[in-house]
Design a protein around this ligand. Structure first.
Ligand code: ADE
Length: 224
């Protein structure tokens, strides 16, 4: 999978890709991530990428020309499955969307800043608009890092034990069951007996029951 991220502030989102699982996924060539600084596509001598909005009002708007140049260059080099714009008024991201995106070959993610991008960018180039939740960030960069993290860990081979992504919360519509590790007793606090029993069918049943109980308690909306 190839991910091209277009941003005015690349330094805001490089570090998540330089450690741990994402770093290893890149090293193993299971995914490649490229950052494109919109300023490099500015057409005037001040490297301007934003301007006042027509009609007046506070906040700058990202201009269409630098974004058009960047996206058009990328599109001339390969086909893209989706051109995604990170925005609080997009469709709310969830595990289903992560699964879908993880099957794609090439995607572009455009990070907005200030008041957002000129609407014509969205009308002409964007195929998918994603929000990570009903709150406003100062830009799309951190949101795009979240999308990339949740998508990349689903690519086969990225996680050591491939089944472990399948047992995540939300993967089957339920929250994940409780997990424990050694010691089996600490300060008198015990691990549920069944998990120590070695009886795989009973353990599986316990996990299913715990997942359901947790979901009923914490996220009843998921069961509706
Ligand atoms: N940019 C600003 N806020 C955002 C959000 N909640 N989701 C995605 N992109 C954003």
């Amino acid at each position: 999978m190839r991910i091209d991220i277009i941003t005015a502030v690349p330094e805001l989102l490089k570090s998540p890709f330089e450690a741990s699982i994402l770093k290893r996924a890149i090293e193993k060539k299971l995914v490649s991530v490229y950052f494109h600084n919109i300023r490099d596509y500015s057409t005037n001598s001040y490297n301007q990428i934003d301007d006042y909005q027509f009609g007046g009002g506070a906040g700058m708007v990202m201009m269409i020309e630098p974004i058009d140049k960047c996206i058009s260059k990328l599109k001339s080099q390969r086909d893209y499955d989706e051109i995604i714009y990170m925005t609080p008024d997009g469709t709310t991201f969830n595990q289903g969307a992560a699964n879908k995106i993880s099957l794609m070959k090439n995607i572009i993610i455009l990070c907005g800043h200030y008041k957002g991008v000129d609407q014509r960018v969205r009308d002409q180039f964007i195929t998918l608009e994603i929000s990570i939740g009903d709150y406003v960030l100062s830009g799309g960069e951190l949101a795009s890092a979240i999308i990339c993290d949740s998508v990349i860990r689903l690519i086969p081979g990225v996680l050591g034990n491939e089944t472990s992504a399948l047992t995540d919360s939300h993967q089957d519509g339920l929250l994940a069951p409780a997990v424990y590790t050694r010691p089996s007793e600490y300060k008198g606090w015990k691990v549920p007996e069944v998990l120590l029993s070695g009886h795989s069918k009973k353990i599986e049943e316990w996990r299913e029951e715990d997942a359901l109980k947790r979901t009923e308690l914490r996220r009843p909306d998921l069961l509706e």
